[in-house]
Design a protein around this ligand. Structure first.
Ligand SMILES: [Fe+2]
Length: 266
């Protein structure tokens, strides 16, 4: 059993999934089984596989006042834990999706992630035609490597998939504006993201997904910090929101912060 304790959250992870170690205001913890990932895997798992792949909870607060602050702004937070181990050699991951453009906007909403425990990689793949009947065109693919405490802001048009590249369960926190239209189908149609990440003898291997045409080279990047976006070294996004929620205004005003958000991954 793993005890995952940060300044903000306290929970356990074991063979059956994750449970909280104290009372929070939260929705139910939901689990996704490994075999449910089969449509998105390089090699399918046998139907006998009983393991859980990831668990998530939407909306997590210490008290009513905190909850009201998020609700007032129409923001949603959550925690996801991706199990340890691999699936036929492929690193465990979540499903991943594109964000559509919300009403009254020209850019999709961004999303903030912070690693609470473990080592993570996020595949970010940029497409602007995911909401059309055309062949999905991928203009850029980044593999963002993150250690515990590091943060990522997903820029406009990038589908995002979280991957556990470490040897222990990987937990992350997310913060985004609510009511973002989510597009899973463009990914499912291609049997996953543009690259599969495998682990052999502790070495990560990226394999192109043959269902995509004309894929750009995968770029490995480390994100930087930007105090003006509330992405601060040594300070959790949860604590930063409690102290100054206005700093996350970019989550539902992406057009005004496009360059700053993109700069974090340059
Ligand atoms: Fe998202």
């Amino acid at each position: 059993m793993e005890h995952i304790k940060t300044k903000d959250f306290d929970f356990y992870v074991d063979e059956s999934g994750f449970t909280f170690n104290r009372e929070y205001l939260t929705g139910p913890v939901k689990h996704k089984k490994s075999i449910e990932m089969n449509p998105l895997l390089l090699k399918h798992l046998s139907e006998e596989d009983q393991s859980w792949n990831y668990a998530f909870v939407s909306g997590i607060y210490h008290n009513e006042e905190e909850k009201e602050e998020y609700e007032k702004r129409d923001f949603a937070n959550g925690i996801t834990v991706i199990n340890r181990g691999t699936m036929n050699g492929e690193c465990r991951k979540n499903s991943g999706h594109y964000h559509g453009v919300s009403k009254g906007h020209v850019l999709p909403y961004p999303e903030v992630y912070e690693i609470l425990q473990g080592k993570a990689a996020f595949i970010l793949q940029k497409s602007t035609n995911f909401d059309s009947e055309e062949e999905l065109k991928v203009d850029d693919v980044k593999l963002v490597i993150l250690e515990t405490g590091e943060k990522l802001v997903v820029p406009a048009w990038y589908a995002h998939c979280a991957i556990n590249i470490g040897d222990e369960p990987m937990a992350f926190y997310n913060l985004a504006a609510k009511n973002t239209p989510l597009f899973y189908d463009p990914i499912t149609k291609k049997h996953g993201f543009s690259y599969y990440i495998l682990k052999e003898n502790d070495i990560l291997i990226a394999i192109q997904n043959a269902n995509y045409n004309n894929l750009p080279q995968l770029k490995v990047v480390k994100p930087s910090y930007d105090e003006k976006l509330g992405i601060i070294e040594g300070k959790s996004v949860f604590a930063q929101f409690a102290e100054d929620p206005d700093i996350f205004r970019y989550l539902d005003h992406p057009e005004e912060y496009e360059a700053e958000i993109e700069n974090l991954l340059k």
